[in-house]
Design a protein around this ligand. Sequence first.
Ligand SMILES: Nc1ncnc2c1ncn2[C@@H]1O[C@H](COP(=O)(O)OP(=O)(O)OP(=O)(O)O)[C@@H](O)[C@H]1O
Length: 293
Amino acid sequence: MTIPQYEAATVTDRPSVNINAPTSGWGAQDAPHAAGTPVMALKDVSVFYGTYEAVRGTSMPIRQNQITAMIGPSGCGKSTILRSLNRMNDLVPGARVAGSVTYHGQDLYAKDVDPIQVRRRIGMVFQKPNPFPKSIFDNVAYGLRINGLKDNLSDRVEEALVGAALWDEVKDKLKMSGLALSGGQQQRLCIARTIAVRPDVILMDEPCSALDPIATGKIEDLMHELAKTYTIVIVTHNMQQAARVSHYTSFFTAEVDDKQVRHGRLVEFNETGRIFTNPSDKRTEDYITGRFG
Ligand SMILES: Nc1ncnc2c1ncn2[C@@H]1O[C@H](COP(=O)(O)OP(=O)(O)OP(=O)(O)O)[C@@H](O)[C@H]1O
C-alpha cells in the first residue's frame, strides 16, 4: 500500500478549537489556518458494522480549502469512511469506528464531544437531493433555527442561497415548496441548507449521481467556489469528476481475506494530478485506466 506520509504534528500542534462550543460565525474563523494545512486527519481508521470490518486501516489528511475526492469500486467503503468524518455512523445501529479521527487536532470520538456540534461544523450533502417538504426559505432557515441562530434570518438565508448559486433562480419565490424545484436546484438548495449554519467542512456523498450533465456541471462549478471558504470531501463514482474538481484523491479498493470476506482498503492517497497521471500503485493504475471496477 502506498500512502505518502504527512506530518500529523501540523494538526495536533495547532491551536485548539472547542468543538462543543456553539458558534455563530464561520467554523473556519475559529481556526484561521493557511489553505492546505490539514483540518482533519484519519489515522489507522477501521469501521465495523457489528463484527464485520467494512474498511480497515485508513490514514489520510483532509486539507483546508481543498477538495479531497474518494474514488473506488462499489462496496470498498468510501461512504463508510465519509460518514466517519462527522459521526454519521453513530446513527447506524452496531456501527463502530476504531483508530483516530481528529478535527483541528481533537479526537472527534472523545466522550465529551457533542455529535450535534460535530455535524454543524462538518456538514453533509447526500446523493439524492432531500429537501424538506417546506418552503425554500424554511429549508435554508431550518438548521439556523434549530441551532438558535435566529438573528438576521433573512440575510443569512439569502447569503446561503447566494453561496449555493441558487439565489437568482429563487429570490422571487422563497415561499414556494423546495420540492417544486428541479433536481439540480434541489441539490443546490440542500447545499444552501448545509452552508447556512456556516460549517467548516462539507462532506458530499455522490452529490451529482442523480443529476443530468448540465446540473452536474453547475454543482462542480459551485464546488470550486465553495472551496474558497470551505474544506470539501466528495465521494464520487465518476473518475472524470474527481479529476475535474479535486485537489487530492484517495483510491480505495476491496480486498478479500483468507475467509473470503471483503474489506475496504485505502490503496493510495495523493495529489489528484499524481493519482491520474502517475499513480504509485498498480491497482490504482488499473482502476483509472478502466481495467477493473
Ligand atoms: N449500515 C450498514 N450495515 C452493514 N453493512 C454496511 C452498512 N453500510 C455499508 N455496509 C457495508 O460496508 C461495506 C462498504 O460499504 P460502503 O457503502 O461504505 O461502500 P462504498 O464504497 O461507498 O460503495 P458504493 O460506491 O456502492 O456506494 C459494504 O460491504 C457494505 O455492504
